[in-house]
Design a protein around this ligand. Sequence first.
Ligand SMILES: C[S@@+](CC[C@H](N)C(=O)[O-])C[C@H]1O[C@@H](n2cnc3c(N)ncnc32)[C@H](O)[C@@H]1O
Length: 255
Amino acid sequence: MLKRLLLYLNSKVAQTLPPDIVQKSMAANWKNQWSEWRPDQMYPDTHAQREAFLAKRFEPTLSRESCIVELGCANARYLLKIAPGIKKAYAFDISPTFLQTARDCARERGVTNVTFIERDLQQWINKPDGLPDIEKRLSGAINDDDWEITHVFVGALLMYFAKDEDALKMFAVCNRLLPKTGHLLLRETLVKDGLSRKIHSAAEGYMAIYRTYEEYRAMIEQAGFKIECDDAIGHEKDTCHHSFLCSKITDTAGH
Ligand SMILES: C[S@@+](CC[C@H](N)C(=O)[O-])C[C@H]1O[C@@H](n2cnc3c(N)ncnc32)[C@H](O)[C@@H]1O
């Protein structure tokens, strides 16, 4: 009872915190707190359904020539699974621990075409020159000839961007990264239809912002993408895991 009351009070405080504080807390948690990311163990059913969406909708868009950028990759479990069938991937995350796990796992499996890069992506998009083409020079890890991105995968990252303007900037970066035939795969936790967005705040400091479907759809379209298909999987009482496969909007001349 006391725990529930504390959680309730905690979530009420979170709703009123300034976005900068919320953002700091979100980033610090991911950077320092967790060493393992295992959605297959945390919520096996919804995880399996999300993977089914990827297999049915996303994977058919891939080929041996595909080059994927994953933003917020954690242990990169999914990326490492599909990496043998594509040309190259660049995987970014804020957490050195996750990235180390991902590198170890890549080595064990003999996957050599994924480059892992540690970045706070919220800061990255806010640097005046923090654009992808600058990033490749900064990191020094990326060969110019290989920088032909065909797919961007953003999986449960924007729910840790407290400010909508940052989420929108991230979509704009995705648009700049992709050619006109490119695909964006977005997967976030949303509030269910009819509910208002909320900041989730757990006692151990975990925070996330659950936006509405309409809010994501508006940002996606504002950034120049259209939703090819999407899928919602009920997660908890008032949230769902939503996957969107998007392509770029091109004008009639094909630009
Ligand atoms: C919920 S996990 C999702 C992992 C994976 N993409 C997936 O879909 O299963 C969120 C990931 O985003 C990363 N992340 C959170 N905030 C970040 C930031 N500001 N910059 C870079 N990565 C961030 C976390 O470290 C974590 O790996």
